[in-house]
Design a binder for this molecule. Structure first.
Ligand code: NAD
Length: 434
């Protein structure tokens, strides 16, 4: 099938590349000419393991093309996926400017039936606004549908998630739209992709916000438990294990730490809270999830301050700038809280991240970064761990101790065993395990 994908970011590029790899003819569109130029020249605008090989293969096969022209995208395919950003607006609600723009531009260029698919994470009832927009700007006398197909991929494992999804949620209000989407996903379903769930458009939109908010809630829950563990003298890892083997709870997303970040959870929880408010139903549970997440960073910062006493002129090494390993995405990463806070207190900072340095420097060009863990930790008075990259987990701890001015670790990801690392002579603070 022919497919257009508008928005060639983390979701759009992965989606487009994986659809092409499944045998479809895909045109990826982005209004950022720099991004499209990079792709035309064979460079990836983002870091995502395995993506470059899939893009290269499908470009060579002629199944994956790139363009900045939405008119071309509208003419190219009967199905147009919208994968543009939905960042937080002024009040925290999802900013729908880019989605609206695409709806308008597609409508203006549409001369025959088109199916517009919301791949971006959007608030419930967006499809109604999108339909109104298309009707307003439509020039030709033609039919169209709007569907919702929320994306559940995770950065870092996006290719596996897109090619072997546990569920494909499809919100449609016509059989024609359902058939088109089923045809697109057929190769993925045939290779063992999970359930194909057909539902109403509003339910599909809501399923995405409800899923992300639930996962964020799990993280805030275990972080709240972690604080109680510290006060009660329990170990949150053991508590989480005791909880997680219950299949009703499950072990994942029960890792205590600095709280959730990234381009999705913070903004999606916020948007869901705002949507509930707008519908006249205050979602107090989610507001508390947000409060816990915000205070969790402050909680870890308190550990740093207590340890250093005077922060000014102390050298602090930071491992991890992206919001998680295997991605260069720094949106809402914990580092964006710790770096400016520590700079305000006049600490001397050096950071390490194998792939996110340049994206982080677009925001904080003044941060000193090095590409070697031990060089980064050299002469440090404290090491702050904000990542689970395997390089950090597998560090030579004796070598680390030897290069640091003072062997102190504040571990915001709980990656080391407290007793083991203390037996090596480190002062070690983690979350919920003291
Ligand atoms: N990143 C994730 O892990 C993830 C996972 C699931 C869902 N989502 C959702 O998917 C959506 C996209 O997220 P992302 O991380 O890929 O964002 P992104 O910022 O990486 O990519 C969005 C792209 O859209 C382009 N764009 C904006 N307006 C455009 C327009 N009018 N025409 C053409 N291109 C336009 C931008 O230039 C950018 O390249 C968001 O709604 C997000 O919440 C993201």
């Amino acid at each position: 099938m022919k497919i257009s994908v508008v928005g060639t970011g983390y979701v759009g590029l992965v989606t487009g590349a994986c659809f092409a790899d499944a045998g479809h003819d895909v045109l990826c569109i982005d209004n950022d000419p720099k991004k499209i130029k990079m792709l035309h020249n064979g460079f990836m605008p983002i870091y995502e393991p395995g993506l470059d090989a899939i893009v290269e293969r499908n470009v060579k096969l002629g199944r994956l093309k790139f363009s900045t022209c939405i008119k071309e995208g509208t003419e190219f395919a009967p199905v147009i996926f919208i994968a543009v950003g939905t960042p937080p607006g002024v009040g925290g609600e999802a900013n729908m400017t880019y989605v609206e723009q695409v709806g308008r531009q597609v409508a203006e260029n549409m001369t025959e039936y088109r199916l517009l698919v919301e791949k971006s994470t959007v608030p419930a009832q967006t499809s109604e606004y999108l339909k109104r927009t298309v009707l307003k700007y439509l020039r030709a006398d033609t039919d169209f549908d709007v569907a919702s197909n929320p994306e559940f991929l995770r950065e870092g494992t996006a290719i596996e998630d897109a090619t072997h999804p546990d569920r494909i949620v499809v919100g449609v209000d016509s059989d024609r739209a359902a058939d088109l989407l089923e045809e697109i996903y057929r190769p993925i379903l045939e290779k063992g992709g999970g359930a194909f769930l057909r539902m109403s458009v509003t339910s599909a939109e809501l399923a995405k916000h409800a899923s992300n908010s639930f996962l964020a809630m799990k993280i805030s829950y275990i972080n709240a438990v972690a604080r109680i563990c510290e006060l009660a003298g329990a170990d949150v890892e053991q508590v989480a294990k005791g909880m997680g083997l219950d299949p009703r709870i499950g072990p994942r997303f029960l890792n205590a730490g600095v709280g959730y970040g990234g381009s999705c959870f913070p903004k999606d929880v916020d948007a869901f809270v705002r949507l509930a408010d707008a519908l006249g139903c205050e979602f107090t549970l989610l507001k508390e999830v947000q409060n816990i997440n915000k205070s969790q960073r402050e909680y870890v910062m308190k550990k740093i301050k207590q340890e250093l006493w005077v922060v000014q002129d102390k050298k602090v090494a930071i491992f991890g700038l992206a919001f998680k390993p295997e991605t260069d995405d720094v949106r809402e990463a914990p580092s964006l809280y710790f770096v400016p806070k520590l700079q305000e207190m006049k600490a001397k900072l050096t950071a390490w991240d194998p792939v996110a340095e340049s994206k982080f420097k677009e925001i904080h060009p003044d941060l000193d970064c090095v590409q070697d863990l031990y060089e980064c930790a050299k002469d440090a008075d404290l090491l702050l761990i904000l990542t689970e990259w395997s390089e950090v987990k597998n560090m030579d701890l004796q070598k680390l101790k030897n290069v640091m001015a003072s062997p102190v670790i504040v571990d915001g990801r709980n990656i080391f065993h407290p007793e083991e690392i203390r037996s090596l002579g480190f002062t070690y603070h983690s979350v919920g395990r003291n």
